[in-house]
Unconditional design. Structure first.
Ligand code: FES
Ligand code: FES
Length: 159
């Protein structure tokens, strides 16, 4: 007996562009992003919702893409780290403050942390340090000790 995987016609927007793809219904959103779209800025860490390395924005909300199925993206807007830009099309304020503060070491956690921070600052532009700490509880970083990360997010507020 052979097993058959259902194919789904996915239509969505990715970093501002309309995308239509036939995908297996078993595809995770993380696999779709990295393998089908080739957007490697989204990282796979734990693969089970613990580290935040795979975080992306879906309709403006930060989600762990390893826990979401690609079919759930149908009709929605996906923003990956490649789609995070400043108003002038250059670096986003968070990217500038992370560089200025030295908040990046190996960089593996950084796309997910910037996505989580962007989600927070979109809905709460004047987020407090406590808000930032709370928002980043789902993002693990093994290198920085978090101090410079928190400082970089604080400095990006209101920019
Ligand atoms: S890879 Fe998704 S939360 Fe760790
Ligand atoms: S900079 Fe290395 S895991 Fe955060």
């Amino acid at each position: 007996m052979t097993s058959r995987t259902a194919i789904f016609s996915l239509s969505c927007r990715v970093n501002g562009l309309k995308i239509e793809r036939e995908i297996p219904s078993s595809r995770s959103l993380l696999e779709f992003i990295r393998e089908d779209l080739g957007l490697k800025g989204t990282k796979e860490g734990c693969g089970e919702g613990e580290c935040g390395a795979c975080m992306v924005l879906v309709d403006g909300l930060a989600v762990n893409s390893c826990l979401m199925m690609a079919v759930q993206l149908h009709g929605k807007e996906l923003v990956t780290i490649e789609g995070i830009k400043g108003k002038d099309g250059g670096l986003h304020p968070l990217q500038k403050t992370f560089m200025a503060e030295g908040a990046v070491q190996c960089g593996f956690c950084t796309p997910g942390i910037i996505i989580a921070s962007e989600a927070l600052l979109r809905r709460k532009p004047n987020a407090t340090l406590e808000d930032i700490k709370l928002e980043l509880t789902g993002n693990l970083c093994r290198c920085t000790g978090y101090e410079k990360v928190l400082s970089a997010v604080e400095k990006a507020r209101g920019k």
